[in-house]
Each structure stands twice: as C-alpha cells, then as structure tokens.
Design a protein. Structure first.
Ligand SMILES: *Cc1c(COP(=O)(O)O)cnc(C)c1O
Ligand SMILES: [Zn+2]
Length: 428
C-alpha cells in the first residue's frame, strides 16, 4: 500500500507511524479499474455472506480499504453492519423532515473504533507484529484489546486516569489487555508516543494510524449503501481526536470520485464546549489550532484538548462547506435522554450529534426541510456513571443501603409509577 505524509508528501513504509517532519500519514488508494455499477453489485452480493470476511460491514468494501491484504490475514469480528434507524420521536423532537441515526454502538466492542481497529490489527499482524498498543479515552483501548485477543496477540494500552469511564477500563482488562494508567489527559499519551513510539517495537494503533482511518471510512459507505447510494443533505458527527470526521471526509470523497454517489452531503462536526479547540479555530477563521490545556466534558470519549487530526479535518470541511458547532454538557445529556428513550441508546459523546443538530436547526444553518444522519459512536453501557445523575431519584429508592422505611410491592405502587395512559412524553 502507498503511504504518504499529509504535510510534506514524502512516501513512507507501511509500518510507519508518522513522518519525520511530524506530519500525519495517509493511505493513498488506487481506484483505477474500479467501476461504480460493478462495485455496487459486488457489495450487494456480499450482504448475504455469513462466514467469510466479507460478512463484515468493513471488509465488504475491501477494494476501497485494503485491497492488498490477503483474505486469510483478516482479523474480523463481523464489525459494522450496524443499524440505520429513523426514530419518529427524535425526528419530531427536532422538527426536521427526516433524521437517521447510524448506531455504531452496535459494533462488537460497542463503538465505531471497531471499524478502524479491525483494519489496523489485521495490517499490523500481517506485517509481523504480535504486540499492539494505543492511548485512549477508553473505546480505542477496548477495541484494541478485543481484536488483539481475537488474533491471539498481546496489547498494552495507556489510559489517562482522568475522566475515563470505568466500564471501558474494565472491558479492556476483561479482554486481557495490560492497562497502564497515567496522570493527565489523552494528549499526554499522544506526546508519549511522539517521543518514544519508535523505540517500543509495538504496533501503534492510535487514531492517527492510517489504516484505522481507512477502516472508519466504511461507516459512510454503509450509510450510502443502506440508502441506495443517495446520502442525506447532512451528516452529523462528534469530534474529539478528529479521526472519525477525517475518515468520513475521505470516505465521502472516495464515493464521489468513484461515482458511487452523485452529490456530496455537507458535514457538521460537533464538539463538547469544554473540549472544543477545533470548533473555536474554525469559527474564528483561524488557520492554526490552539490546544485546550485542561479539556473537560462529561462526554469523556471526546475529552481531548489537542486533536491530532485537525489539519485533515480542517481541509475537508473547508473544501466541502462543512460546519462546526459546540454543545454544553447539559445539551448533550438532554439529547442522550431522547436517544436512550427512543430505544436506541448511546454514550454521551454520541448524543452531541443530536444536540448539535438541534442547535444548527435553531440557528438556521440547517433547514427543517433538509435531511440528516447522525453518527452514534458508542453504546449506552459504555458509560453508566454518566447516567447516575439523570436517574438519581430512581436509584435512591432502589439502593438505600438498608436504611429508611420498608417498601412493599403493591399494584398501586407499580401502576402509579407509570402515570396516566397518555401523559408519558419523552420529548417534551
Ligand atoms: C472516539 C470517540 C469519539 C471521537 O472520535 P474522534 O475520532 O476521536 O474524533 C466520539 N464518540 C465516541 C463514543 C468515541 O469512542
Ligand atoms: Zn512529512
């Protein structure tokens, strides 16, 4: 595979982690000889695969992701193949013509990180690595730990002690990864790899791993295929390290270049206010990112002050009329309640999409007659701590530590909890 530096254009070895100049790497695909109609047919046929690697919602698109990898080298857990839903309660609450939610939360380890990690681990193992590493706000480490276990390899992950959901740390440990905690934020983990990465002899699977980006492109391929190759007007995505919006942009440009779609949708990138250096840069029209020294948001998956992929994200959004927006933790949690009660559910970072869409509709950046797809990046069970505040009164009755008065079960108490037949309205 051809790997090139995004900054200086230098060609790199496909095991490289970053360029000598400090720039990010990217995979340069060669789509010569690929025909749109033929691809559509091939992708459709593969929807009926059950056992081969093509049953995966990532490897179904192998020609556009990692065409050179021998099929026998693929490490897959049938990731992708996630639901694209259009819940009416969410649509009504937002007051938009149509809204889809792409539930990446349905991935095997519970987040979209699986879409990229299957490709990074497959590639690393193919190139001879048996030991893998990353730093993470939680989901990347869970995903890496899962694939490393599945490939019978080892993994060691660096997890900041601050603001990482305990569910994700436990999930990572359960898959057998070694966890190294450290004081500070995700950004310090990234700096560690910049300094010592090449000495470690481990395959580094951080968000800047170019093969992860290739795998994450499949999210938008799947949305396009589900909608018969006609995308909605907007795609709304949360941003922390900005790898996912980078992959979304690259995937969209692939689809357009190949003639698989005829019209580019616009992209809205949403950050949490307490960790929004990229939104600040874009809204001020600046060309350089100024990091947030102490990022802070309940949406721990995007609690990142110095997003590594900001240049790629900036360039894509600038080329195609993308917008950015930031939302408060309160707005995120309100949107999460709505998504949870629609029956889909997600972790806080994912809910930033619906919160952001609401804001962009209110300020008329997005028209109510337009259509949108929001990418729900992680599963509801990924962060149960975040729910404790929302449901504190319910929890206080259930978990009283043996104090207070006894509570007997009666039909009155059970039915009384439901309220009148039509009073329940989750979207008010
Ligand atoms: C990683 C992650 C994000 C942020 O994605 P980036 O690629 O870091 O911008 C958002 N939500 C969830 C659930 C995540 O795990
Ligand atoms: Zn370079």
């Amino acid at each position: 595979m051809l790997i090139r530096c995004y900054d200086c254009g230098e060609t790199q070895d496909d095991r490289a982690y970053s360029c000598m100049c400090g720039g990010l790497l990217e995979v340069v695909q060669d789509f010569k000889g690929l025909d749109a109609e033929e691809l559509k047919m091939r992708f459709r046929h593969r929807l009926s695969e059950r056992m081969s690697p093509y049953a995966s919602g990532v490897w179904r698109y192998k020609e556009l992701i990692h065409p050179e990898l021998p099929d026998g080298e693929i490490v897959t857990k049938r990731e992708g193949n996630t639901g694209l839903y259009a819940p009416e309660v969410v649509r009504r609450s937002l007051g938009i013509r149509k809204v889809w939610l792409k539930a990446q939360s349905e991935n095997p380890s519970g987040s979209f990180k699986d879409n990229g990690m299957t490709v990074a681990v497959s590639h690393g193992r193919y190139r001879g690595y048996r030991r893998f590493t990353c730093t993470s706000t939680g989901n990347t480490s869970s995903s890496l730990a899962m694939y490393a276990a599945w490939a019978e390899c080892e993994s060691v992950v660096l997890v900041p002690n601050e603001r990482v959901s305990i569910n994700k740390v436990l999930q990572t440990l359960a898959y057998g990864a070694k966890v190294v905690g450290f004081d500070g934020t995700y950004d310090e983990g990234i700096r560690f790899y910049e300094r010592y990465g090449s000495e470690l002899g481990l395959y580094i699977c951080n968000s800047i791993n170019p093969f992860r980006i290739e795998g994450q492109k499949s999210i938008v391929y799947e949305i396009a295929q589900s909608l018969d190759w006609e995308l909605p007007d907007w795609i709304v995505i949360p941003g922390g390290a900005l790898s996912n919006v980078t992959a979304l942009g690259k995937g969209l440009e692939d689809l357009f270049q190949l003639g698989l779609i005829e019209r580019m949708p616009r992209v809205a990138l949403i950050q949490a206010e307490g960790a929004s250096p990229f939104h600040r840069m874009m809204s001020l029209g600046e060309q350089q990112l100024t990091a947030f020294e102490s990022p802070s948001t309940i949406a721990s998956a995007m609690n990142i002050g110095n997003p590594p992929s900001w240049k790629k994200a900036r360039d894509f959004l600038t080329r195609h009329g993308g917008v950015t927006c930031s939302v408060t933790d309160e707005e995120i949690m309100a949107a999460k309640t709505l998504i949870d009660r629609s029956g889909i559910g997600c972790e806080p970072a994912s809910a930033a999409t619906v919160a952001g869409l609401r804001k962009l509709l209110a300020d008329k950046t997005i028209d109510r007659e337009e259509t949108a797809a929001c990418i729900l990046t992680g599963n509801l069970l990924k962060d149960t701590e975040a729910l404790k505040h929302t449901y504190r009164s319910e929890l206080s009755e259930w978990d009283r530590g043996g104090l207070a008065m006894p509570m007997k079960l009666t039909p009155e108490r059970v039915l009384g909890r439901l309220g009148s037949a039509d009073a329940f309205n989750p979207i008010s």
